[in-house]
Design a protein around this ligand. Structure first.
Ligand code: AMP
Length: 280
């Protein structure tokens, strides 16, 4: 496994690759959710490149950025075990040199859900992903359904800017109690970690009601909020039921719906989502 930290070096390696390139952008602190993306890429592509870069512009605050979990040694051990070909680990100044001043903004869809809670977040995401796509020129890039809105923002950006890459979406990997795997779970203490299982329980409430024929979003949303309120450590940021492609309001579930939520548990912000499909 080749660990590369400069843009010049990874471009050199890229030029030498015959066949397809699968690319997985990450912020490190890798877990099995990331490895699910890696394994899907290994199945599809000749060569797999993973990037590890904690992208400051997508964080809301310096404090959140500073305490984001980092463990490069362990990340590299995990990727070595997966037989990854190249890992791109650029220092911050390689990506954002002094004077950097160009930003990618995907309008509208970036303003919903996470965008409302975290203005500027998706501009940071779209900018780093554009830069990484330009540097690596992958055939396919892999993203997790865990960050459903991120998938929509990146897909729109790829279409609008004619970027020649196929976006592959991988289902959310969960812990035994249903909690979506996330690097941020490492920031939870034992009691908070226990409380965090309520997110998936609330999403399960939505799925069960929908399976039983409830199509009224307000009814489902209220039941989810009641479920979340059973856990005193949880502060709700949002619970939304929207169309899955444009994130428009969906008062009656008459097509595929995205049920998404964001909560705070202590000082840790967690998000999760599921898709509800119309009956066949
Ligand atoms: P991150 O390091 O959090 O930026 O995540 C890198 C990629 O891994 C993103 O495409 C995420 O959506 C994806 N990812 C994170 N957690 C999971 C998970 N539990 N299941 C599937 N994909 C995930």
């Amino acid at each position: 496994m080749d660990v590369v930290s400069t843009i010049t070096a990874i471009r050199d390696k890229r030029r030498g690759i015959m066949g397809s390139v699968g690319f997985i952008p990450t912020m490190g602190a890798l877990h099995d959710g990331h490895l699910a993306l890696v394994r899907e890429a290994k199945r599809n592509d000749t060569v797999v490149i993973v990037s590890i870069f904690v992208n400051q512009p997508q964080f809301d605050s310096q404090q959140d950025f500073a305490r984001y979990p980092r463990d490069l040694k362990r990340d590299l051990e995990l990727l070595e075990r997966e037989k990854i070909d190249f890992v791109f680990v650029p220092p911050c100044e390689e990506i954002y040199p002094a004077g950097f001043n160009t930003w990618v903004e995907v309008k509208q869809i970036s303003k919903e859900l996470e965008g409302r809670a975290r203005p500027g977040h998706f501009c940071g995401v779209a900018t780093i992903v554009t830069k990484l796509f330009n540097i690596i020129q992958p055939t396919r890039a892999y993203f997790g359904q865990k960050d459903a809105q991120q998938v929509l923002v990146i897909s729109k950006m790829v279409t609008d800017l004619n970027i020649d890459v196929e976006i592959i979406v991988v289902p959310t990997l969960r812990e035994a109690d249903g909690l979506a795997m996330s690097s941020r779970n490492l920031l939870l203490n034992a009691r908070e970690r226990q409380a965090a299982s309520i997110l998936y329980r609330a999403l399960t409430v939505a799925r069960q009601m929908h399976n039983r024929g409830t199509v009224d979003s307000a009814e489902i949303r209220n039941a989810m909020i009641s479920c979340l309120k059973q856990e005193p450590l949880v502060t709700i940021e949002y619970v939304e039921i929207t169309t899955a492609d444009t994130l428009d309001e969906l008062p009656i579930i008459d097509r595929t719906a995205l049920v998404s939520l964001a909560v705070r548990i202590g000082s840790v912000r967690l998000i999760d989502n599921i898709l509800l499909y119309p009956p066949k």
